[in-house]
Write a protein that binds this ligand. Structure first.
Ligand SMILES: NC(=O)c1ccc[n+]([C@@H]2O[C@H](COP(=O)([O-])OP(=O)(O)OC[C@H]3O[C@@H](n4cnc5c(N)ncnc54)[C@H](O)[C@@H]3O)[C@@H](O)[C@H]2O)c1
Length: 476
């Protein structure tokens, strides 16, 4: 996506990494050990479809095993290549460290356009890919745990989990070999929307800090802010939906594969999503201006730009014309290293990918823990909360009796009291806490150090320090 004279995606991630380590004091050699990708496995396998054998190429890259298992999604897209999975695996290492999910970084991908295959064909392809990875422990509850990414979702994760279970019938922890599964196949409430929800929580946290809002040249709250979103897939759709429905933001632009929609008064996210599902794209959607050159809308005037599709979409060819004062990287790597510099010089504030889209891996961690504990997430807490609720009721009743009054709980007292013990509530509050704490750790570095000019460098500093501490603790 980036223009020809720009570094590749992996080089771009490395350049950003180098920028951070140049102002850190790491022991000699550790910097390189952290930066490089440990291993990348390439597999080519055949699947008989439509009367002939089709050969597919896939990858699983392991960036850092300072913690195991390693974790990272599996992407289905035609553009998947080694450079891309290695860049994405590296970002996973830094992301997990930043939000303190106890994993190393990994990523996988398959060169395929999933829209060209029937469901049963995709199942055959996915199961075969999973088989190839699992037999080399590149899918394994304690070694390597994939999750959804572009072009994959709950359905593919369920096939992968089932394939692993068939190959490892005695592994009681087999469900923990992959996250992002459907609820009825060992998934967790709130995982589907977790990354988009995390983007919303990240923006809410940003807007709690007047100094940070001012740095972006903005003021006030999320209410009424004009937002342009690129990619109305899993991440973009949920982020846009929550921000418009719950925070009063106006989604003034939506960019998709077949162009862009613009409406200054705000688009109905649900209606656009339904239109895409029904018609395969945004073309023909009423009540909005349609532009065939979707990427041009990235340069439109707005308050917040949310790239939530591909890497490299903001590059040296358009960075200078980007008007949004605040960019939140819902996608991985949407801003190239060169564009990052141009935008920093312009004063644009960028909330970096490794933080902004960490909601997915955070809730994946909850799912993995739930699978390993073999207990419905929230059940233990519910028992405790029920006992505590009864205690409160008893105390209130005896107190009112002593005062010669009568008291009885309102009909929804118990429900309200126990809300915190629901799985979804636990997931949401755990995610919210994680996003707040991680933002504050980045922000502290951003504000306290004169040599840290942006949130991205601050995020790298925090995460590299944590990875380095792990290596040091191991004696490496
Ligand atoms: N799914 C997750 O949990 C997760 C977690 C962390 C990060 N991410 C990152 O978020 C990004 C999006 O992932 P997703 O899971 O939402 O994928 P997805 O496949 O659900 O959605 C991607 C969307 O982008 C659109 N798109 C594709 N090419 C486009 C183009 N050239 N211009 C405009 N739109 C285009 C697609 O039509 C689709 O609607 C990726 O960078 C991914 O690595 C995803």
């Amino acid at each position: 996506m980036s223009s020809q004279n720009e570094p590749s995606f992996r080089e771009s991630v490395d350049l950003m990494f180098n920028r951070a380590v140049s102002i850190m004091d790491l022991p000699p050699g550790l910097e390189e050990k952290i930066r490089v990708c440990n291993a990348t496995y390439t597999v080519r396998f055949g699947v008989r479809l439509r009367g002939k054998i089709h050969t597919f190429t896939g990858y699983r890259s392991v960036h850092s095993e300072h913690m195991e298992p390693v974790k990272g999604g599996i992407r289905y897209a035609m553009g998947v290549n080694q450079d891309e999975v290695e860049a994405l695996a590296a970002l996973m290492t830094y992301k997990c460290a930043l939000v303190e999910a106890p994993f190393g970084g990994s990523k996988g991908g398959l060169c395929i356009d999933p829209r060209e295959y029937e469901e049963h064909e995709l199942e055959l392809i996915t199961r075969r890919f999973a088989y190839e990875l699992a037999k080399r422990d590149l899918i394994h509850p304690s070694q390597n745990v994939p999750a959804p990414d572009m072009g994959t979702g709950e359905r593919e994760m369920a096939w992968i989990a089932d394939q692993y279970a068939r190959m490892n019938t005695t592994d009681i922890n087999s469900r923990a070999c992959v996250t992002g599964k459907p609820l009825n196949a060992g998934g967790i409430a709130g995982r589907v929307e977790a990354t988009g929800r995390g983007v919303q929580y990240a923006l809410r946290e940003f807007f709690r800090h007047p100094e940070d809002i001012a740095k972006a040249g903005l003021s006030g709250t999320l209410d009424g802010k004009r937002v342009i979103v690129q990619g109305l897939g899993n991440v973009g759709y949920h982020a846009a939906k929550f921000l418009s429905e719950e925070d009063g933001a106006l989604i003034t632009g939506i960019i998709e594969r077949d162009g862009a929609l613009h409406r200054e008064e705000g688009l109905d996210v649900e209606a656009v999503r339904n239109w895409i599902v029904k018609h395969g794209g945004i073309s023909g959607y009423p009540d909005a201006t349609h532009t065939a050159d979707g990427a041009a809308l990235l340069e439109q005037d707005c308050d917040i730009l949310i790239p939530a599709a591909l890497e490299g979409v903001i590059n040296m060819s358009n960075a200078a014309r980007i008007k949004a004062p605040l960019i939140i990287e819902a996608a991985n790597g949407p801003v190239t290293a060169g564009a990052d510099e141009v935008l920093r010089d312009k004063g644009t504030v960028i909330i970096p990918d490794m933080y902004a889209n960490a909601g997915g891996v955070t809730v994946s961690y909850f799912e993995w823990v739930k699978n390993l504990s073999h207990i419905r997430f929230g059940r233990m807490q519910r028992r405790q909360e029920e006992a505590r609720h009864q205690l409160v009721v008893d105390q209130m009743e005896s107190l009112s009796e002593a005062l010669g009054k009568t008291w009885s709980p309102s009909p929804d007292f118990k429900q309200r009291y126990l809300r915190g013990a629901d799985e979804l509530e636990l997931v949401r509050s755990g995610l919210d806490d994680t996003m707040r704490i991680a933002y504050q750790s980045m922000r502290e570095v951003w504000h306290d150090r004169d040599d840290v000019m942006d949130l991205r460098t601050a995020a790298y500093l925090v995460s590299i320090e944590k990875v380095a501490a792990s290596y040091r603790a191991k004696g490496l």
